[in-house]
Design a protein around this ligand. Structure first.
Ligand code: IVH
Length: 662
């Protein structure tokens, strides 16, 4: 038995050291944070039960971290340690109760702060001047990244205060905003590089750069959260310390809360769990600290972490699973998109079992195949993605497709990435085409959902697009769930949709490379369908917003005989073929549906509504599948929960302003 325990302990130590190296050194973790924490927990448990196997070199006795040979070393003024973790509100409350008991004080105030998912840094100011910036390294010695730190825009090079402390050793988290992270990955992909798996890795990789230009371009930021040695200034509480930092020129987080009771701690955790996705940066939990610094000192430190603080970790946003199957779906334009189906896992509280693989290059890039163990992540918001394969089941490569899975005709490969079914009669393409044609931003036929389309196709009532406009009362009344009222309302919606402007019809056609914006530009320039049908490639390229690819695509589309038939048949049933060329209102919000919740900081409700309307958006008072955006202020509500359930985009005021700015 003892022998078995020793073997397990050695195995866990080796695994933890291996994953520490991947996480801290290579910025490329292979397991989720939760799985890593479980390894550490198990090792701690075994060492506690079997203390004779505990050695000084165990990863449980050290701060995980790493110093590379790229940078000079810096010794920290006092160790930069880690935090102990809890994974539930109950555990966190138990920890608070333990603190109250140890200090024999039931009136202790706790400060709760977001736990930023970035990389730790230590900044030393001597006489108010930033002299050193360092990474955490192994906790005692870090890497000298002073010059990189100095490129971070929200870090003052000189403390903006009279009589600064003679020595001020601050600790904070360097991070990258979700939006900047997205832009960075897009840029990296454009240049053919390997994207970062998450904002933490991006922050760490960007800080530890030999080329300062790279760090400086990455838009890193810092939040101060703690301190090492300070000479020449004393603080009573963590809150006082943070506010002093603000006066010195640092940015403070908005979401700090001093809690006078354990209930307040729990309530604030609840608030932050709902707010997490709305923050512009990633947080992976909350840190609960004793606010009073004297009491902190009384509680002291263990070899690895302070006893005056605890991290409450959010449910994991990463998890591993086994890939069961790669399914392929045929889209409207015939493009075949692979989707991964995996063993169900719970990610950030939501059970998921599928994720898009985007295209076949992604399959090659991930080197992924059925049976492999994959690392999944729900980054920032809702859509799950596969980060990497962590364990291959075989050396096999996903078999290349030869035939369309819907109509079995031969498929063509384009630009190494795209597989396309070019059969114009492919039923899967037709179904997708119908879905797009009736959708809100196209012909906007309310109530014409996928289930209805499937029923009508099955009854052979929809064989070409124009059939939509020949459907009769009798066709609907026979369908599942259709009674008189619903039938009249769908017939009315079909009739209404005939009045859509030419731009909407153009977009509804789903012409390659022609999105909503281009459709509008083209419709405005030509004014009616007749003019479009007569136009040449040159006529299209005369429009300054239109390049060769779009012009060729339009010309190709309007040159097809089948398209002429389609247009004739739509025109015969009364579909509008004209664009109103009067200058429209500013239409940046393009009929998008907004719901407002909570109190807004920058506008009153009425002001916000006016702004949305003036930019062409619409307001609704409740969240439904038709909502495009939920704008949230403070005071979280049921609407937020509903929006999360329905995968509606949730934005705050700043993001709303950015929508209009763009
Ligand atoms: S207090 C012992 N407060 O989390 C150091 N840390 O997992 C006391 N972190 O190394 C740190 N946000 O880099 C503290 N509000 C916050 C934090 C925070 C992020 C990081 C920090 C620490 C790591 C521990």
């Amino acid at each position: 038995m003892q022998q078995e325990i020793k073997i397990r302990i050695d195995y866990l130590k080796k695994e933890i050291i291996y994953h520490d190296n991947l996480y801290y050194n290579k910025n490329s973790p292979k397991i989720s944070d939760g799985e890593y924490d479980n390894l550490v927990k198990e090792l701690e448990f075994l060492e506690r039960k079997n203390p004779f196997f505990l050695s000084r070199n165990s990863p449980t006795q050290k701060v995980p971290g790493y110093t590379s040979k790229l940078f000079k070393y810096v010794k920290h003024s006092s160790p930069m340690l880690s935090l102990s973790n809890t994974y539930s509100q109950e555990e966190t409350v138990k920890w608070c109760e333990k603190v109250e008991k140890n200090l024999n004080d039931k009136s202790i105030k706790f400060i709760v702060e977001p736990k930023i998912d970035g990389v730790s840094a230590c900044l030393t100011y001597v006489g108010g001047i930033l002299t050193t910036g360092a990474t955490r390294g192994d906790g005692k010695v870090g890497e000298d990244v002073t010059l990189n730190i100095k490129t971070i825009k929200n870090i003052p090079h000189r403390l903006q205060i009279d009589n600064p402390p003679s020595f001020f050793d601050l600790r904070g988290e360097v991070y990258i905003d979700k939006l900047d992270f997205k832009k960075l990955n897009e840029k990296i992909l454009e240049l053919g590089g390997q994207k970062f798996a998450n904002p933490r890795n991006a922050a760490s990789g960007s800080l530890r750069q030999k080329k300062l230009q790279v760090t400086s371009e990455r838009n890193l930021r810092l939040f101060v959260h703690s301190f090492g040695k300070i000479y020449g200034r004393q603080f009573e509480t963590q809150f006082d310390f943070l506010h002093y930092c603000k006066k010195c020129g640092f940015q403070l987080q908005d979401d700090l809360k001093i809690c006078s009771s354990l209930k307040e701690v729990v309530d604030f955790i609840d608030v932050m769990i709902s707010k997490r996705n709305l923050l512009p940066y990633e947080i992976d939990g909350l840190v609960v600290k004793i606010n009073n610094l004297k009491l902190q000192k009384k509680m002291g430190w263990s070899s690895k972490s302070p006893r005056w603080a605890i991290a409450f970790k959010f449910p994991a946003k990463q998890a591993t699973s086994i890939l069961k199957k790669i399914c392929v779906q045929v889209g409207r334009t015939g493009v075949i998109t692979p989707t991964a189906i995996f063993e169900p896992v719970t990610l950030a509280g939501v059970k998921i079992s599928r994720a898009t693989l985007h295209n076949f290059k992604e399959i090659v890039h991930l080197n992924i195949n059925e049976g492999d163990t994959i690392l999944l992540e729900r980054a920032g918001d809702v859509i799950p993605k596969i980060i990497k394969v962590v364990k291959k089941a075989s050396i096999g490569v996903f078999a290349t497709l030869q035939n369309c899975p819907a109509c079995f005709s031969k498929i063509v490969k384009e630009k190494e990435v795209t597989y396309r079914c070019i059969n114009p009669e492919c039923p899967a393409q037709f179904r997708e085409h119908l879905i797009h044609f009736v959708s809100r931003n196209a012909m906007n036929i309310k109530g014409f959902g996928k289930a209805l389309i499937d029923q009508l196709i099955k009854r052979k009532k929809l064989q070409v697009l124009a059939d939509i406009y020949n459907l009769t009362f009798n066709d609907f009344i026979k369908l599942d769930l259709f009674k008189e009222k619903k039938t009249y309302s769908i017939l009315k919606a079909i009739g209404e949709s005939k009045k859509q402007p030419l731009s909407k019809l153009l977009f509804a056609f789903g012409i390659r490379h022609i999105g909503e914006k281009t459709s509008e530009i083209v419709a405005k320039k030509f004014g009616n369908m007749k003019a479009l049908l007569k136009a040449s490639v040159e006529d299209f390229t005369k429009i300054c917003e239109i390049g060769d690819v779009i012009a060729e695509s339009l010309n190709f589309f309007f040159g097809k005989e089948a398209v002429h038939h389609l247009i004739d048949s739509l025109s015969n049933v009364g579909v509008n073929m004209i664009e109103d060329r009067k200058e429209q209102l500013n239409n940046k919000l393009n009929n998008k549906v907004f719901v407002l919740t909570g109190q807004l900081k920058n506008f009153t409700r009425e002001e916000a509504k006016k702004i949305i309307r003036s930019f062409g958006g619409r307001i609704r008072s409740y969240v439904s599948t038709k909502t495009d955006y939920l704008i949230t202020g403070s005071n979280l509500s049921l609407k937020l929960e509903q929006a999360e359930k329905l995968n509606i985009k949730i934005i705050d005021e700043m993001e709303f302003i950015r929508l209009i700015e763009r």
